[in-house]
Ligand binder design. Structure first.
Ligand code: ZN
Length: 132
């Protein structure tokens, strides 16, 4: 794995959180994008070399809605940049990690993504992402 690509934060109200993070980071969101297949609206901020992704559920069955119901708003996942997501999925499976989607799928921000089950990673949902 390469560097941390971004940190994902689950929020209830994306418009309100956009204003909050704009104040916090001193820069506006550079991209907002809906990922219909995941039931989320996302908003990305750049902070120096780092990125923050805010995620709001677009329906009650969205993984973000379920996360907020259980845990409230907060850090939802940590995403790592990988050069070859297919190889990385194979490597992590061989190491005993549970990959939630073994076939990479289209995520936000022009990425192919896959997730590791948080049960196997000390409670932290891990996202792998490969630039497309
Ligand atoms: Zn993400």
């Amino acid at each position: 794995m390469e560097k941390i690509e971004h940190i994902g934060i689950a929020v209830k109200d994306l418009a309100a959180s956009n204003l909050l993070f704009e104040k916090l980071l001193g820069v506006p969101s550079y991209k907002q994008e809906e990922v219909a297949s995941e039931g989320v609206k996302t908003s990305f901020f750049q902070s120096g070399p780092n990125k923050i992704e805010l995620l709001e559920a677009t329906n009650p069955d969205s993984p973000i809605a379920k996360f907020i119901e259980k845990k409230g708003e907060g850090i939802h996942h940590i995403a790592f940049d990988v050069k070859n997501i297919v190889e990385e999925i194979a490597r992590l499976k061989a190491e005993g990690f549970t990959v939630l989607n073994e076939t990479p799928k289209q995520g936000a921000d022009n990425k192919l993504v896959a997730f590791l089950h948080p049960k196997g990673t000390n409670g932290v949902l891990i996202e792998l992402c490969q630039e497309m």
